[in-house]
Design a protein around this ligand. Structure first.
Ligand SMILES: NC(=O)c1ccc[n+]([C@@H]2O[C@H](COP(=O)([O-])OP(=O)(O)OC[C@H]3O[C@@H](n4cnc5c(N)ncnc54)[C@H](OP(=O)(O)O)[C@@H]3O)[C@@H](O)[C@H]2O)c1
Length: 281
């Protein structure tokens, strides 16, 4: 028998304070939900819009009604593509909680269209949020993460990137070249942070989703042929579901993921490898 310590707490987040950017809907909301269900003390979600059917307020209300949770959700509106928005988020987090254990840089922007007419503002929008914003978010939250992490239980940074970082998913009429390049940069930010911040008891890893129905992805899913066709083309024969994000987030942020640093995990049912086929005979 080997001596595995704390096995009963392997996938728990009791007492942890987490921030999820872009937590008002989609993948960020799946992550925030999972954190509370795993016992987190506080989950702060941020997005630009506070009110309305897709704003932070309605998401916070739903999160706080999750059955059996002991922690709470808080919303802080902030634009994390801008340094002022990030500074506001850091100051509010310090004031409300005083510590931070988990930072999920999930908010992302995309733009799709034919290559040559690409308006320059679209590249700026994508790079400001997906690259510069993530860099600054991590940079400004590092002192808090540093203070919370220990050798036995490091603080965690998760960067939500995309499988589009490592393949060329589509070009032409709905091409997303700059999005794909921004996510390649996001993957590489993770590797750099892993080496820079590992010695300070902070781990950094990438979660790289394939297709999950969401406001960001639905237009593209439709223009590529719809959910049914994309499911058929995926080795697991379906698109991503909330539980798929919940599982990988809990693994990476809990004691089970303690020694994982600088890794990227694709959550795409194998789709990125999809040039292989099942042979019939
Ligand atoms: N869904 C997929 O199939 C898929 C696949 C690969 C990668 N991803 C990645 O997963 C992440 C989440 O995407 P999603 O599909 O869940 O998108 P989504 O449903 O459209 O949600 C995006 C979230 O980000 C927030 N947001 C957008 N811009 C922001 C800004 N400047 N500052 C703060 N918050 C901002 C949005 O709220 P506000 O609009 O109110 O700000 C919303 O909460 C992105 O990084 C995306 O690239 C998604």
């Amino acid at each position: 028998m080997s001596d595995i310590r704390g096995f009963d707490k392997f996938f728990r987040l009791d007492g942890k304070v987490a921030i999820v950017t872009g937590g008002s809907r989609g993948l960020g909301l799946h992550a925030a939900t999972a954190f509370l269900l795993a016992g987190a003390k506080t989950v702060i979600i941020t997005a630009r819009k506070a009110g309305g059917p897709q704003g932070i307020d309605q998401a916070v209300e739903k999160l706080n009604k999750l059955p059996g949770i002991t922690g709470r959700a808080i919303g802080i509106p902030a634009n994390v593509a801008e340094i002022e928005g990030i500074e506001k988020l850091v100051n509010e987090t310090k004031r409300l909680e005083g510590k931070l254990d988990i930072l999920v840089a999930n908010a992302g922007a995309t733009w799709g269209g034919p290559f040559e007419p690409t308006p320059d503002w679209s590249s700026q929008k994508v790079l400001d949020l997906n690259v510069r914003g993530v860099f600054n978010l991590v940079r400004l939250f590092t002192p808090m993460l540093d203070a919370a992490g220990t050798r036995q239980d490091p603080s965690r940074i998760i960067i939500v990137s995309s499988t589009a970082a490592t393949n060329v998913p589509h070009v032409g009429e709905h091409g997303t070249i700059m999005y794909s390049a921004s996510k390649a940069a996001a993957h590489h930010l993770t590797r750099n942070f892993a080496v820079e911040l590992g010695p300070r008891n902070i781990t950094t890893n990438t979660v790289a989703p394939g297709f999950f129905p969401s406001k960001l992805a639905n237009g593209l899913i439709e223009s590529l042929g719809g959910e049914k066709l994309l499911s058929e083309e995926t080795p697991r024969k379906r698109l991503g579901e909330p539980e798929d994000i919940a599982g990988v987030m809990i693994y990476l942020c809990s004691p089970a993921g303690n020694y994982i640093n600088g890794e990227d995990i694709a959550v795409d049912g194998g789709r990125r490898l999809g040039s292989g086929r099942l042979s019939r005979i």
